[in-house]
Design a protein around this ligand. Structure first.
Ligand code: AMP
Length: 121
């Protein structure tokens, strides 16, 4: 499967559609999910064209991988849901069909602001 440049997050990265930005650096963009499942529901995505976490780990540079990982912690701090803030959150990524992935651009969900409940329903 090749990367679909018409996916919604590719459009957000090209600034073709609006989004509520939380954080940005050279490699990563974070914004609020349009349909929050918890009090806080953020998305953290790489700027590069990667379909999912496996694609990312296979093709991304070490710099991109480190940047995405660190951005998750950074975004949790910005949102006040970090371990430092005494809270905590869930970070997860869905992969492909069985994983329930809808948007084919790698994204980590950050859920928090309340107890997020059971891991798998
Ligand atoms: P997934 O099922 O893991 O692919 O998650 C896709 C997520 O993208 C869902 O939580 C959607 O609510 C979210 N989403 C879809 N379109 C947008 C958008 N335009 N801005 C922000 N989040 C979006």
């Amino acid at each position: 499967m090749s990367y679909d440049r018409n996916n919604i997050f590719a459009k957000i990265l090209r600034k073709e559609i609006p989004y509520k930005k939380i954080f940005e650096n050279d490699h990563v963009l974070s914004f609020h999910d349009i349909n929050p499942q918890k009090k806080i529901h953020a998305l953290v995505i790489p700027k590069g064209e990667y379909i999912d976490f496996d694609d990312f780990n296979n093709r991304a540079s070490d710099q991109e991988i480190v940047a995405l990982s660190k951005a998750i912690t950074e975004v949790s701090k910005i949102l006040g849901i970090s371990i430092d803030a005494g809270k905590g959150y869930r970070a997860l990524t869905n992969l492909s069909e069985h994983g329930g992935q809808e948007v084919p651009h790698l994204h980590f969900h950050l859920f928090g602001g309340e107890k997020v409940g059971k891991m798998v329903e």
